[in-house]
Design a protein around this ligand. Structure first.
Ligand SMILES: [Zn+2]
Ligand SMILES: [Zn+2]
Length: 367
């Protein structure tokens, strides 16, 4: 097989949404359930319904049917309808622009991943608003170097990107055993310089306890992207899911979109870690007293359900002191999460200032 044929063989089918009036391309219109022509302004509604936030797919039966528990890496090869150029999408990307003519191209998700997103939260925030949110964020950072704030004044290219998130529901029943600690005061006798003195001391009395707590978890979010910093995407927690729509590839026209890289079973394990952290807080509250110890905790998960959702993020990075710092802006709310550099000079001067004030108070009291 020649090289030409082999690359032709991998070429995947794709969508390019074209204006019926003038033949130019359509982009998703931010803030609306429609596509809009970039040339003549013709509007075409996206025929889809609001996503039912209470819907969840059964976890156990779905995972049994999965052929690949963890997805393999894919590079889609696409031939652009507009300019005819063939090219590869970046790893695990299924929507992007043609690098030669800028046309929007969307590859159907189900070609390479068995599970198709249930829902999508369309972009509500425009690029300019996202940039303004970022500048406000960086200017408000404590202990940020001044040169960074100057850097923020410059415009950063940001990319509208849909990132997949898993959302898990589960009813949990947790049995625990542990100890409740109660403070009590007692007097002790000590000898100081040969004289006997009594002092009050606080001690803890421990009692064994057992019990159970229950909790119904709803939409525990686990980001399914490994291309972006997991720490960043995990920290982006506030989404208004009531504004989500049933998935349609039309929403992706004009943006980049990622396929999930963290498979369903692995994501479920992460969600259980998140749930366990919350359950431990419930157990501590249930134990009560002044101190709590948890010696054993067994949780039964029932009625486990999941959904796969695409979330809108404006993504960018800046280079500072030869290091790259990623930042993301919530495409629905404008909330910013970012990695950030610290000015050690500023932190050190504050620490020294606090120490000096502390020393001043000490000397004043002991004069
Ligand atoms: Zn048009
Ligand atoms: Zn092209």
């Amino acid at each position: 097989m020649s090289e030409q044929e082999s690359s032709e063989a991998q070429t995947v089918e794709h969508f390019q949404f074209i204006c019926k009036q003038c033949g130019f391309e359509l982009d998703h219109e931010i803030g609306h359930n429609s596509l809009v022509c970039q040339s003549c302004g013709e509007v075409e509604p996206i025929e889809t319904e609001s996503f039912n936030v209470f819907h969840a797919n059964p976890y156990d039966s779905t995972v049994l049917k999965l052929i690949h528990k963890e997805p393999n890496e894919v590079h889609h090869h696409v031939r652009c309808d507009t300019c005819g150029a063939g090219f590869d999408f970046a790893k695990d990307t299924h929507a992007d622009e043609c690098p030669y003519c800028g046309s929007n191209i969307v590859v159907p998700v189900n070609l390479q991943r068995q599970l198709v997103p249930d829902a999508i939260i369309p972009f509500d925030i425009k690029e300019q608003q996202a940039n303004e949110s970022f500048q406000k964020w960086i200017k408000g950072l404590w202990f940020a170097p001044n040169s960074l704030k100057r850097l923020a004044m410059r415009k950063h290219p940001i990319q509208g990107t849909y990132i997949p998130y898993w959302g898990f529901d589960a009813d949990t029943y947790s049995q625990y055993s542990g100890q409740r600690g109660t403070n009590y005061t007692t007097t002790v006798t000590v000898r100081v310089d040969g004289k006997t003195q009594t002092r009050l001391v606080t001690k803890i009395r421990w009692r064994s306890v057992r019990g159970h707590v229950t909790h119904e978890f709803d939409n525990v979010l686990v980001p399914a992207s490994e291309l972006l910093s997991q720490k960043l995407t995990t920290s982006m927690k506030k989404w208004n899911l009531t504004k989500s729509q049933n998935y349609s590839p039309k929403y992706l026209s004009g943006y980049k979109s990622e396929l999930y890289q963290i498979g369903l079973p692995r994501a479920y394990k992460y969600s259980q870690e998140i749930m366990t952290r919350y359950i431990r807080r419930l157990v501590r509250r249930d134990i009560g007293g002044d101190h709590q110890r948890i010696s054993s905790l067994n949780t039964r998960y029932e009625r486990v359900g999941f959904k796969l959702m695409l979330m809108p993020l404006w993504v960018s990075a800046f280079l500072y002191n030869k290091k790259t710092f990623q930042f993301i802006i919530n495409g629905q709310t404008g909330e910013v999460k970012g990695e950030r550099p610290y000015s050690w000079v500023k932190i050190l001067s504050l620490v020294l200032f606090i120490a000096a004030v502390g020393a001043g108070i000490y000397f004043a009291q002991n004069r």
